[in-house]
Design a protein around this ligand. Sequence first.
Ligand code: TXA
Ligand code: MG
Length: 349
Amino acid sequence: MVTRCIRIDKDNIDESMLRMAGEVIKDGGLVAFPTETVYGLGGDGLNSASSEKIYAAKGRPSDNPLIVHIADMNDLEKIAYDIPELAYKLAEKYWPGPLTMIFKKKDIVPYETTGGLDTVAVRFPSHPVAREFIKCAGGFVAAPSANLSGRPSPTSADHVREDLDGRVDIIIDSGMCDIGLESTIIDFSEEEPMLLRPGFVSDRMLEDVIGNVTKDPAVFGDTVTGVAPKAPGMKYRHYAPKGMLTIVEGNPEDVSKYILEQIKTCGDKRIGVITCSDKTAVYSDAAFVGDIGNRGDEYTIASRMFDLLRQCDENEVDIIFSEEFNTPQLGQAIMNRLIKAAGHTVIKV
Ligand code: TXA
Ligand code: MG
C-alpha cells in the first residue's frame, strides 16, 4: 500500500482534505491523525473489519482494546450505557481533552473494537484537526497510538511514518503533539470508578471533580502484584527503544557520578543519556545526550520523552541511562512510561 501524507495546519484547517480522509475511513481504510496527546491510528470504530485492520497494521495483539474517539457529546450515548453522573461531571470539565472513560458498550460497537470486552473506552480529543476529522469520518474513530506495537508512542508525523509507512492509507501531519503522553484512563464500568492509566489529567485533577478515585494496584502499586492490570495494554512491554534503558535514581550528584563512571568503563558500547538541560554538558563523552528540557518545566519533559527514546535508536545507542523525572503534576505519568520503556530496570545510587 502506498501511504499518502497530507499536511494540515491546525490554525487554518483545509476542510476538503479532511473530508477526503474521512471518506477513506468510511470506506474501511486507515488514517493516522494528530491529537493533543499522541498521534492515533484511526479506523471506523463501528466496523469490525476496520478494527481488524488496525491490529494488523500495528502488529498488536487483538485482545488489547481500542479507544473510540468522538467529536460530539451527543454521540457518547450512542455507543455506551449506564453512564454515571460523575462521568458527566468529568466530561464537563475535561472533555474535549486528554481523558478516556470506559463504560458498558452498546451492541453497535463490535467486539473487534473492544478486544472482546463488554466495555468501550471513549475519548473526545481537543485537537482541532482530530475533532474535524472524526466528524468527517462518521463520528466514531477507533484509534490506538500510531506506533508499531511495543515502540514509543508517536508525537510527530515523522514518528508515524517511521513505523507505519506502507501500512496506512493516509497520514495527516499537523506537527508535534502538545502533550506528548497518552490520555488518562478511568473506568466507569463498575461500581467504583478506577484509574487505569496515569496521564495529563492527574489524580488530583480527577479528585477535584469526583472525589476519591481508586487506582489499579497492578499499575500504581510500588511492588509488582502479579495481578493483571485492568487495561489490557498496560501489561505489555511498551515504549521500548532498541538500546537497553536503565533509570538511575538518587541525588543529582550521585546520579551524574554513576552515569559518568558507566561512560568511562563501557568499552566499545555506545551510551546514550537522557537528562535535563542543566546537565547535558556533563555527559559530553556519551555517544548521545538527549536534552529533555528544564528541570522545572514538566510539560516540556513530558512532550520530549518519546521523541528522545526514538532518537536514542537513531543514534544507534546500545545502552541508555535516564534520570528520573518525578515532577509534581505529570511525574506519575512520565515515570509510568519511562519505567515500562526500561522494562522496570531502575538503579538506586
Ligand atoms: O491519548 C491516547 O489515549 C491515544 C490517542 C491516540 O487518543 N490513544 C492510545 O491508545 O493511547 P492505545 O491503544 O495505545 O492505549 C489504549 C489503552 C490500552 O492500554 C488498552 O488496553 C486500554 O486503553 N483500553 C482500551 N479499551 C479498554 C477497555 N474497554 N477496558 C480496559 N482498558 C481498555
Ligand atoms: Mg499505545
